[in-house]
Design a protein around this ligand. Structure first.
Ligand code: ZN
Length: 438
């Protein structure tokens, strides 16, 4: 009898180990990259770059080389600019389109430049389709079903491009761009997408042209295996929190995330039993889906901060609506959540934004300048000195130093008697107080 029990004991111990081991495996396989957003502002320029950082040094180097080349081109092109008006600043925006399978990481970097030095906005796309096993870039030849089929693929793509934009593209130019060593295509869940940069198009066309080619097609093999859907994390039931409208209240806000630091920031908020508001970028929602879900469950608020940090007050109405709506849609789709707040990029608001946006525009009253100040204790100081009731404090969840500062900021503010709430809760508090005054 005794022996039997210990046998069962060993078996269940093994099972437990197996479970733990498997659990760890899925966790490790969850994400192979981070998304980083770098925002730079000078007296004459603004730059916003969303880039992928992977665990592969060689790939990171390839990405950095391209981004540095783009930045240098922008800086050379705009170095003589003297414009002093805020809305006349030169702008560089680089966004990343990502797709991952077991053996490939498809990274497309989309550059947009605009400002007084540019006659028209400049658009460009560059793709690195990384073979993770071979640790090198893939070319069109790696996907061709056989070598003889290339001319047929060129013909098909020419027809597709012709259909999407008649007379934009010369046939010979396109053919030269669809060769075995071409890299101007990326992967999506549905198949391939071929791209042509405006520099190859007829004079009057300034947008990047794209045409899709389905997974099942006569020319190219689509990589079979695909990343498993990320497992949903366990839901925990949070106890309802109580807000006292009579207490001095402030809202902590974080811009430009989510990032690799957001998960820990959410934990710090939870440990301190407070909530904050995160103004997020649409292009990072899918990558940090689980972190954001946890954030919502914990009672934090999510606001819209555009899709890829383009300078909203410069955009046309159509482009502006695209930046806002695309972000609303992806948050709705991925997180089943509807933001009600908009924080315009670079804190810059104009009539067009006010007129075309149903969201509540939210700026801030205290700027920690954590994007510029590299010293944690100085960030703490800025976030905790001369703070008054109803202040909205601006921070960024894309820096480790901001995360570290937060650990001191919250206890300090609580010590001063402040209640830390979300922006919408702060608005609610104002309304209640108004009502009570009557
Ligand atoms: Zn921002």
């Amino acid at each position: 009898m005794k022996r039997k029990i210990s046998f069962i004991g060993i078996v269940s111990l093994l099972a437990l180990f197996l479970l733990l081991f498997l659990g760890k495996e899925t966790f490790l396989a969850k994400k192979t990259y981070e998304l980083e957003t770098e925002i730079k502002e000078t007296t004459t320029t603004v730059q916003s770059i969303t880039k992928v950082k992977t665990k592969d040094k060689k790939l990171n180097q390839e990405i950095d080389n391209h981004l540095q080349k783009e930045q240098k081109e922008f800086e050379d092109y705009t170095k003589n600019t003297t414009s002093l008006y805020l809305l006349e600043k030169e702008e560089l925006n680089i966004d990343t389109i990502l797709f991952e399978t077991d053996s490939f990481l498809s990274i497309s970097m989309v550059t947009y430049m605009n400002g007084p030095s540019f006659a028209v906005p400049t658009n460009k796309i560059e793709t690195i389709l990384w073979n993770r096993k071979k640790k090198k870039r893939s070319e069109l030849g790696d996907f061709l079903k056989d070598d003889e089929i290339l001319p047929k693929l060129q013909e098909e793509l020419y027809l597709l491009f012709q259909k999407s934009c008649p007379n934009c593209l010369n046939k010979n130019t396109l053919k030269k761009n669809i060769e075995k060593n071409s890299t101007n295509f990326y992967l999506t869940e549905e198949g391939f997408v071929f791209t042509v940069n405006p520099s190859l198009l007829q004079e009057d066309y300034h947008d990047i042209l794209t045409v899709p080619l389905a997974k099942e097609n006569p020319y190219l093999n689509y990589p079979k295996e695909q990343k498993e859907e990320q497992k949903e994390e366990k839901k925990t039931v949070k106890k309802a929190k109580t807000i006292d409208p009579s207490l001095p209240s402030i809202a902590l806000t974080f811009d430009d995330g989510p990032s690799q630091y957001t998960e820990e920031i959410i934990k710090i908020l939870e440990e301190n039993e407070v909530n904050a508001t995160f103004f997020i970028l649409g292009n990072k929602v899918a990558t940090y889906k689980n972190t954001l879900k946890q954030s919502i469950e914990n009672g934090n608020e999510l606001g819209n901060h555009s899709y890829n940090h383009q300078w909203l007050s410069r955009l046309s109405t159509t482009e502006l609506e695209k930046q806002i709506n695309k972000t609303q849609e992806i948050i709705q789709e991925e997180l089943d959540y509807t933001p009600t707040l908009l924080r315009p990029t670079y804190g810059s608001v104009n009539r067009r934004i006010k007129k075309n946006c149903d969201l509540t525009i939210t700026l801030w009253t205290v700027d920690t300048k954590d994007w510029k100040i590299k010293n944690t204790s100085r960030i703490v100081e800025r976030a905790t000195t001369n703070i008054s009731d109803l202040d909205i404090i601006l921070m960024h969840d894309i820096f480790e130093r901001s995360k570290n500062a937060l650990k001191e900021i919250i206890p300090n503010l609580k010590e001063q008697g402040f209640q830390l709430v979300t922006v919408s809760e702060l608005e609610e508090i104002k309304k209640i107080r108004e009502y009570e005054k009557r």
